[in-house]
Design a binder for this molecule. Structure first.
Ligand SMILES: Cc1cc2nc3c(=O)[nH]c(=O)nc-3n(C[C@H](O)[C@H](O)[C@H](O)COP(=O)(O)OP(=O)(O)OC[C@H]3O[C@@H](n4cnc5c(N)ncnc54)[C@H](O)[C@@H]3O)c2cc1C
Length: 489
C-alpha cells in the first residue's frame, strides 16, 4: 500500500496456510481454538476484510493511540488493531456504573507533561488531588480495628523495636527509602546497578525488618510478593514519587483521554480485533486475528502487554533474551472493586480509608467528582492476595467483601452496596496491572523488552523509559513512532 494511502480494507481474506484460498469456517474455528485467549464477546461474527497497512499498531491503550497519532501527524497511515470493544486498555472509566468509577489508572502526576498537554489539547480538566480523605487511616490487623494513631501501643502490633511506630502501610517505604542508592530515575535499569538488583525481601531483611514486618509488607505491597520482585523498580518509583510535586485526576475520568485521542483516528481503528499471531516473512510482517483475517505491513508497533504476547503465536526474529523476557516478566496482579456507602464512618468515628490484613486488603474512600464528599469505597487487592478473591464468582466476592466490612466495621452493616470489580490478572488483554522486574534480571529483561524484533517495534508501559504509568505509555508510543519514521527515512 502507498505510504500515505488508506489501508486496503475490503480485500477478500486470504491466508498463506490455505495456499491463498479464502479462509473457510473450519480454518476460522481452528484459529479460534488455537488462540489461547479468553474471548467472551470480543470477536465479531462477521469476518472483517483483510488488507495491508502502512503501519500496524497493535493495541489501542494510551501507548498505541499516542503512536498512531504521532504517525498520522507525520504523514503516515496507521491502522490500529484493538481486541476490546473500547479503547484505553488499562485506563478504564466504567461509564455504565454510577459516578463512573475508575477501574484502572487515576493519578496524573504533575510531571506528566505529555498527558497534561494532551488533556489541554482536548479540553479535558485535570483536578489537583485532594488528600483530605486519605490523611487518616483505619487499621484492621490480627482481628483488631483501630485508628492508625493507636497502632504503636496496640496489642495487635507485633512489630519489633523502632518499627513498632510505623503503620503497616508505610513499612516498606520506611525500609526501602533509606536504603535507596539511586540518585536519578534515568539509568535505574542499567548494568551499573546489577549488584543492587536483589529482591525486596533481601533489602528489607538487610535493613532489619522483622518477620512480622515482612508479613505485613506482603499483605498489600504494590507487588506480587517481595521475594519475587527486584528492589530496583520500587527504588525507581520511590525516587520518582519524591520528585513529584503533586498529582491530579481527570474530572471526566482517565478513559476520556483515550476516547479523545481515538476520535481523530476513528477510520483507522478496528475494535474487536484480537491479534493471535505476529509473523515476519522476509521483509513482510503478517498479523493474524482471531477471526482468521490477516493484515500485512512493513512496519509494526506492538503495545500488547507481555502476558498477552505469551499467548500470541510469534514468528519473529526475537533474541533469546527477548523470548525469555516475554516468557518470564511478571505483572502485578490487581483487583479493584467499587461500593456505594452511606456514611457509616460518621457513626463509628473511624476514617473510611482502611488498611487491613483481611483478604480484602485495602479500602480507599471513593469521592464525589468535586472531591468534597465520600460516597463509597474502592477496594484494592494486589499481589498473591488476588488469587483467593479472583477465584470467587460475583456473589461469592460480594459476600466476602460485605461480610469483611461488617466484621471490621459493624456500623457498615446494611449501608454498603457492591457495584462491581475488575480482575486485571484475569483480564485476557492485560494479564495484570503493570510489569514487575525479577531480581537479578532487571538489566537483561529491560534491554530485551526495549529492543525491536525485525519489523516490530515495541511500546507500552513495560517499555517506558524515565516516566511511569500513563505518561510512560504515551511517551513510549511516541518514541516507537519516531523510531519507525527514522527507520523508513
Ligand atoms: C488498577 C490500575 C491502576 C493504575 N493506576 C495508575 C495511576 O494512578 N496513574 C498512572 O499513571 N498509571 C496507572 N496505572 C498504569 C496505567 O494504566 C498504564 O501504565 C497505561 O495505561 C498502560 O498503557 P499501555 O498502552 O501501555 O497498555 P494498555 O493500556 O494495556 O494497552 C494495550 C492495549 O492492547 C490491547 N490488547 C491486548 N491484547 C490484545 C490482542 N491480542 N489483540 C489486540 N489488542 C490487544 C488491550 O485491550 C489494550 O487496549 C494503573 C493501572 C492499573 C491496572
Amino acid at each position: 500500500m502507498a505510504r500515505s494511502g488508506q489501508p486496503l480494507l475490503g480485500k477478500r481474506l486470504h491466508s498463506k496456510s490455505t495456499g491463498g484460498r479464502p479462509i473457510g469456517r473450519r480454518a476460522f474455528v481452528k484459529a479460534s481454538v488455537a488462540g489461547t485467549l479468553t474471548l467472551a464477546g470480543a470477536c465479531s461474527r462477521r469476518r472483517p476484510p483483510a488488507g495491508s497497512a502502512d503501519v500496524l499498531v497493535l493495541g489501542a491503550g494510551l501507548a498505541g493511540l499516542a503512536a498512531a497519532r504521532r504517525l498520522l501527524a507525520l504523514g503516515r497511515e496507521p491502522l490500529i488493531l484493538e481486541a476490546r470493544q473500547r479503547v484505553g486498555g488499562r485506563t478504564y472509566t466504567n461509564t455504565a456504573l454510577p459516578d463512573k468509577p475508575e477501574f484502572g489508572a487515576v493519578e496524573v502526576g504533575d510531571s506528566y507533561l505529555r498527558v497534561r498537554t494532551l488533556a489541554e489539547e482536548f479540553g479535558l480538566s485535570v483536578h489537583p488531588a485532594d488528600w483530605r480523605w486519605f490523611r487518616q487511616l483505619t487499621l484492621h490487623v490480627s482481628g483488631e480495628t483501630l485508628a492508625a494513631e493507636a497502632w504503636p501501643e496496640s496489642p495487635a502490633n507485633q512489630l519489633v523495636g523502632e518499627e513498632r511506630a510505623i503503620a503497616p502501610n508505610r513499612l516498606e517505604a520506611h525500609y526501602l527509602v533509606k536504603a535507596n542508592p539511586l540518585k536519578e530515575t534515568a539509568g535505574w535499569d542499567g548494568p551499573q546497578w546489577s549488584e543492587q538488583d536483589r529482591s525486596i525481601t533481601e533489602v528489607l531483611r538487610e535493613q532489619g525488618a522483622s518477620a512480622e514486618a515482612l508479613r505485613l509488607v506482603n499483605v498489600a505491597g504494590n507487588h506480587n510478593h517481595s521475594d519475587e520482585v527486584s528492589v530496583l523498580g520500587p527504588w525507581r518509583s520511590a525516587l520518582a514519587f519524591s520528585q513529584e510535586t503533586g498529582t491530579g485526576h481527570f474530572v471526566e475520568g482517565s478513559g476520556a483521554l483515550a476516547a479523545a485521542m481515538a476520535e481523530d483516528l476513528q477510520p483507522r481503528l478496528r475494535l474487536s480485533s484480537v491479534v493471535t499471531e505476529i509473523r515476519q516473512e522476509g521483509d513482510g510482517l503478517f498479523v493474524r486475528l482471531l477471526d482468521g483475517s490477516e493484515f500485512t505491513t512493513r512496519h509494526c508497533i506492538c503495545t500488547l502487554p507481555l502476558p498477552v504476547l505469551r499467548s500470541t503465536r510469534l514468528n519473529l526474529p526475537l533474541s533469546d533474551a527477548q523470548r525469555q523476557a516475554i516468557a518470564e516478566v511478571q505483572y502485578t496482579q490487581v483487583t479493584v472493586a467499587f461500593f456505594d456507602a452511606e456514611p457509616f464512618w460518621e457513626q463509628d468515628g473511624l476514617p473510611p480509608n482502611m488498611w487491613t490484613d483481611t483478604p480484602m486488603e485495602r479500602f480507599f474512600p471513593r469521592l464525589s467528582t468535586d472531591g468534597e464528599t465520600c460516597i463509597g469505597l474502592k477496594a484494592f487487592i494486589n499481589g498473591h492476595g488476588t488469587r483467593q478473591v479472583d477465584a470467587l464468582n460475583e456473589s461469592g466476592f460480594e459476600d466476602l467483601a460485605l461480610s469483611t466490612l461488617r466484621r471490621i466495621r459493624p456500623a457498615s452493616n446494611g449501608r454498603v452496596r457492591y457495584l462491581g470489580r475488575h480482575r486485571w490478572g484475569a483480564d485476557p488483554f492485560a494479564g495484570g496491572a503493570y510489569a514487575a522486574w525479577s531480581p537479578g534480571k532487571v538489566a537483561t529483561q529491560r534491554a530485551a523488552v526495549l529492543a525491536p524484533a525485525g519489523l516490530v517495534h515495541f511500546a507500552g508501559e513495560h517499555t517506558a523509559v524515565g516516566a511511569p504509568g500513563m505518561e510512560g505509555a504515551v511517551r513510549s508510543g511516541e518514541q516507537a513512532a519516531d523510531a519507525i519514521i527514522e527507520a523508513s527515512a
